[in-house]
Design a binder for this molecule. Structure first.
Ligand SMILES: NC(=O)c1ccc[n+]([C@@H]2O[C@H](COP(=O)([O-])OP(=O)(O)OC[C@H]3O[C@@H](n4cnc5c(N)ncnc54)[C@H](OP(=O)(O)O)[C@@H]3O)[C@@H](O)[C@H]2O)c1
Length: 493
């Protein structure tokens, strides 16, 4: 990993899909933030590429600070580095497009390096990359880097096909497959927590850990992205990428070093060791009408753009088992859903009970020792907490659960650095550690495809949970062994 963050070499940054939701909400704000922090080189222009005409003012609308102070100056300076170029993605206009980019590079003194961000639908990735090669965008001796949004492919077969086409033109060292979860502070903290602290590192195995739960719950519905979500569903949209990344970081063996290949070697190894899920290992769901934020909301099938008989899943919970000596017999439960009761993302590590029965009711003990739980809260209130049993004050022996808390956002502030800002910096700095290597994509699709292949049996029961709840009732049965789903304390309550 590049540390500390530093000024990136000059290059031309091209953002394809500049008029899209992602570019507006995440990419341009992250580039502006990098500019403000002095990490974008003064000679680096940003080229916003779109099929429809747009303007710098339009793309940056909403980023205008209210105070008109220093931030306004930074925005003004950043806006001066942005050029909008319309490109209809045809061969006829390709020479003019490449010439326009070269002009911008010359005008700014940016040199021959090119960083291309594909904020495009996945089916436009390869045709666009192939056109750029054909048009000579990457001629010259500068480096070339391409950043592809997730999901990379729709299943194992389509991901392989996409990868084969892209690697005809570019080798793996130029390809950056982004998964913004890898840029989240508490996800990145997992490695530090595990491998820098004997307190956690020594107990991170089957001897001490009973099971692990990873939850990513959203309160939103599809929010105008039905065209994409109808084809994706929760398994492809969240499980194959975000949940698999968190699982890999929580379960991997210590990497040999901190370079990109060592870290990614360790991450892919654990995904390869996942036992293929069978029918009883997962529960799918789709939300029915219910409540969100105290207001009634329609069911998934009544959301704009969704087919009225859609069988797309909006929820998945799965029991993942890892076949290696560290994790034999320790289930990892992964779950995600839309229109859940509370928005959160967290990993809960549940330790085995202390052997022995010293604290029992027949010894006049009130209460019983609860499980020790290590919670890594990824969002919204970032932090790490440990639950353990203490004696309550006063006479007698009453047991209670206490919490040790590292409140990340109290110390460092909320959303200190946005994930996209971290990842764009790493992209421009040429560090691939936080980007998904092809073998990880391949191994995760292979595992996830077993779920999508067997999904029809469960889809017949959709919709099967009310909006605003914690998912289908069958999810309770997935845990077994007297375990309960855990949601960490709402630390603001
Ligand atoms: N939005 C998110 O929060 C989010 C989160 C994670 C990943 N992603 C991924 O990011 C990518 C972009 O998502 P988005 O939400 O920004 O999508 P979007 O709002 O639909 O925008 C897509 C952009 O791509 C352009 N485009 C569409 N089809 C094209 C084609 N065949 N050739 C060239 N340009 C085309 C659109 O241009 P026109 O305006 O001309 O149609 C638009 O600028 C997708 O791969 C998505 O899976 C998005």
């Amino acid at each position: 990993m590049t540390a500390p963050a530093s000024l990136c070499e000059p290059c031309v940054i091209l953002v394809f899909g500049a008029t899209g939701d992602l570019a507006r909400r995440k990419i341009f704000p992250a580039l502006l933030a990098l500019h403000r922090r002095g990490f974008l080189h003064a000679r680096t222009p940003v080229v916003a590429v779109s099929r429809r005409p747009t303007s710098v003012a339009d793309l940056l609308a909403g980023l205008q600070p209210e105070d008109g102070g220093g931030d306004a100056q930074a925005l003004h300076a950043f806006a001066a580095s942005v050029r909008c170029i319309v490109f209809d993605h045809t061969e006829a206009t390709l020479p003019a497009f490449v010439a326009a980019v070269d002009d911008v590079a010359r005008e700014r003194g940016a040199g021959a390096a090119r960083a291309v961000y594909f904020a495009l639908p996945a089916d436009a990735f390869e045709p666009t990359a192939a056109l750029l090669v054909k048009g000579g965008l990457f001629q010259g001796d500068g480096w070339r880097r391409l950043c592809f949004e997730k999901p990379f492919g729709h299943d194992l077969a389509s991901a392989r096909e996409l990868n084969a086409k892209i690697t005809r033109h570019f080798d793996e060292s130029s390809i950056y497959r982004i998964d913004h979860y890898l840029g989240k502070e508490l996800v990145r903290n997992l490695m530090v927590m595990r491998f820098a602290n004997p307190l956690f590192g020594q107990i991170w195995n089957r001897e001490f850990i009973d099971h692990v739960q990873v939850t990513i719950a959203e309160t939103l519905g599809v929010e105008g992205r039905a065209g994409y979500y109808e084809k994706a569903g929760a398994v492809r949209d969240m499980l194959q990428n975000h949940l698999m990344q968190v699982l890999a970081l929580a379960a991997m063996e210590p990497p040999k070093a901190l370079d990109a290949d060592s870290v990614r070697d360790a991450m892919v190894e654990v995904v390869r060791q996942l036992v293929p899920p069978s029918d009883g290992d997962f529960v799918l769901g789709q939300f029915a009408p219910g409540e969100a934020g105290g207001r009634p909301v329609p069911g998934y099938r009544a959301e704009p753009g969704v087919h009225p008989a859609s069988d797309t899943e909006t929820f998945v919970a799965v029991r993942a088992c890892i076949d290696n000596p560290r994790w034999q017999g320790v289930p990892f439960y992964l779950r995600t859903g839309k229109r859940m009761g509370r928005r959160l993302a967290e990993a809960n590590i549940v330790l085995r009970a202390q052997p022995g029965t010293l604290f029992r009711a027949d010894r006049a003990v009130e209460g019983e020792p609860g499980p020790n739980v290590i919670s890594i809260r990824i969002q919204p209130y970032e932090g790490i907490s440990v639950e353990f049993t203490v004696k309550a004050p006063g006479e007698g022996l009453r047991l209670e659960t206490a919490v040790m808390e590292h409140c990340h956002h109290c110390v460092y502030g909320l959303d200190t650095v946005e994930a996209y800002e971290i990842l764009l910096h790493e992209f421009l700095a040429g560090d691939q550690t936080l980007f998904t290597r092809w073998d990880f994509v391949e191994a995760s699709w292979r595992w996830v495809d077993a779920i999508t292949a067997a999904r029809d049996g469960q889809a017949a029961a959709f919709p099967n949970y009310a909006a605003g709840t914690s998912g289908p009732a069958q999810v309770e049965g997935l845990l077994g062994g007297g375990r309960d789903w855990i949601v960490s304390r709402d630390i603001l309550s």
